[in-house]
Design a binder for this molecule. Structure first.
Ligand code: GLU
Length: 552
């Protein structure tokens, strides 16, 4: 039996008259653009921050080279598939303005964009390898593979299914056909016959890391699984060839597979695309770097940033600092420039693991929100509230002016403290301005708890006396100085010191700091509020009095 006959026996459904590698290459011709890159996530219902990072750099690279950026859904792992995962993917890309050039609804000639719909195509390629003796069926059981592994460990041999350890590698086509029949006309998997031995080295180029030398692939890896779908390795070769990807930019975890991928491309006589392997984003954990993890880090899931409603532009700017360490400095000199004006070079990307720096992200986010208009802050907060707090959304909608006054306290002033990092902060810091929310039992309970945990019973007595006096006499119309003096007179009367130094002299029940804290908690159920007088002014006299007089 010839190799071709064996291939026909194993893959009778693949008819080269109808579909062959040549006809596929003709159907999906070379692109007109020099650059074409993509992201190829698995639809797990979870968009990892690392995916976002890779997507952003691919998108940026394609855009700055007038190239194509597309999405391919790698859904061959049927077990991990999640129903709305593709919606999550598309919504995430959309949210970050990472527009794709091709998709069923958008158009594009290089379809299908779902791997699960490309099965026929993969089989054409796999059958070809079998017909050339470059791949072969295998019936090794999990137990057999395990016993090989134990033997290799015991004898200190290099682990893997290669050479003599691959039971069917050197079977003749007749022997393979016989085994196929005796197994009931079926096979377990198809393995690639690696052309390299254990000693062979290979050198290739990585656009980020430069020249890399490593040991060549010697394993006969599985290219077609039992479920009839290919493994990532084979699918990558087929898809990136037919979809005419010029640059494969993907996670660093694939770097060690490059030798195998090059072997596969060459076994078909196909051109190898350029590769770029992106270092993962990581965290410091007990002094050691580890990858951002789905299990330990909420920010590993991009949904975390949506939920907090980070401003998209700020996040993008932050990710750019991760992608290119020179970006931050360049940005400082061109604050007004559009991101598209910043050239980004693969060779400048970090090869070491970059740290996810929440503080830096927040600093960037903070400064971005301090420049956003009140209208935008209001609208975005309203959009967010519609999802997370519909009652608050209604209040915002019914009292836009009051909401905007509350939002705006201290903003656009020389001492702008940049109150907000995310739109979730805007909500958290303004929601209690509304009586409808403030009078709820939950808020009252929290006020009582805050007060009791902050002040001693003794001090509370003095604070209460102060509050009754102050409520009866404060005047919001006066200017700052008069208001302050008035407050001072009252605090003095009830035994509060103006500052630490005075307090240390002795004879005082507390400090002005305690008074201010007491007012903040009573007025807004928080120890941190913007400027007291400003917020009292926004709330208005009656509301202030009723809040000050409330006590458990
Ligand atoms: N599905 C692979 C992954 O998510 C894609 C890698 C690639 O971009 O080729 O890691």
């Amino acid at each position: 039996m010839s190799r071709l006959e064996l291939a026909n026996l194993l893959f009778p459904e693949v008819d080269y008259e109808k579909m062959s590698i040549e006809s596929l290459l003709a159907k999906y011709p070379e692109r007109n653009q020099n650059v074409c890159d993509r992201i190829a996530p698995s639809p797990t219902g979870y968009f990892h921050f690392g995916n976002l990072f890779t997507a952003l750099v691919n998108w940026k690279y394609a855009r700055q080279n007038d190239g194509i950026f597309y999405l391919r859904v790698e859904d061959t792992d049927q077990l991990r598939k999640v129903d709305d995962a593709v919606d999550v993917l598309l919504a995430s890309l959309d949210k970050f303005w990472l527009n794709i050039d091709e998709w069923p609804e958008i158009g594009g000639e290089y379809w299908p964009y779902f791997q699960s719909e490309r099965r026929e195509i993969y089989l054409v390629f796999i059958k070809y390898l079998v017909s050339q003796g470059l791949a072969y069926p295998c019936w090794m059981s999990a137990a057999e593979i395990e016993s090989i592994r134990s033997l290799q460990t015991e004898k200190k041999l290099i682990p893997g299914i290669y050479g003599e350890f691959s039971k069917y590698r050197n079977f003749t086509p007749d022997q393979l056909a016989q085994t196929y029949h005796s197994a009931g006309d079926t096979f377990e998997v198809i393995r690639f016959r690696s052309p390299a031995d254990l000693t062979h080295k290979i050198t290739f180029n990585d656009e980020i890391r430069g020249e890399i030398s490593m040991i060549d692939n010697y394993n006969d890896i599985v290219i077609l699984k039992k479920d009839g779908l290919p493994t990532y390795h084979l699918a990558h070769i087929v898809d990136d060839t037919l979809m005419r990807t010029s640059l494969v930019m993907r996670g660093e975890e694939w770097l060690t597979s490059v030798p195998l991928h090059i072997q596969l491309f060459k076994s078909f006589g196909l051109k190898v695309p350029a590769y770029a392997h992106v270092a993962p984003i990581c965290k410091l954990d007990q002094g050691k770097k580890r990858k951002l993890s789905k299990r330990h880090d909420p920010e590993a899931n991009v949904a975390f940033f949506f939920q907090k409603w980070y401003q998209t532009q700020a996040l993008i700017e932050y990710i750019m600092t991760l992608a290119d360490s020179s970006f931050e400095d360049r940005r400082k000199d061109h604050v007004e420039s559009d991101l598209s004006e910043f050239h980004f070079e693969l060779s400048k990307m970090s090869v070491s693991w970059s740290l996810f720096d929440q503080q830096k992200l927040d600093r960037i986010a903070n400064s971005h929100l301090s420049q956003v208009s009140t209208e935008e802050l209001y609208n975005q907060t309203l959009d967010r509230a519609r999802i997370y707090h519909p009652d608050y959304a209604k209040l915002l909608q019914n009292h836009p002016d009051y909401a905007k006054f509350a939002i705006n306290i201290e903003r656009f002033t020389p001492k702008d403290p940049k109150r907000y990092t995310t739109y979730a902060d805007v909500m958290a810091q303004t929601i209690n301005f509304f009586d409808e929310i403030f009078i709820s039992g939950e808020v009252r309970q929290s006020i009582v708890e805050l007060i009791n945990s902050t002040f001693s019973a003794e001090m509370l007595d003095s604070l209460q006396l102060f509050i009754s006096d102050y409520s009866a006499n404060f005047n919001l119309e006066n200017d700052t100085e008069v208001r302050f003096n008035q407050l001072k007179e009252i605090w003095w009367k009830y035994g509060f010191a103006a500052n630490n130094a005075q307090f240390k002299e002795g004879g005082y029940v507390g400090k002005v700091w305690d008074l201010a804290m007491f007012l903040r908690i009573k007025l807004l159920n928080s120890k941190q509020t913007p400027d007291l007088f400003s917020m009292m002014k926004v709330m208005g006299r009656e509301r202030v009095i009723s809040r000050l007089m409330f006590y458990s």
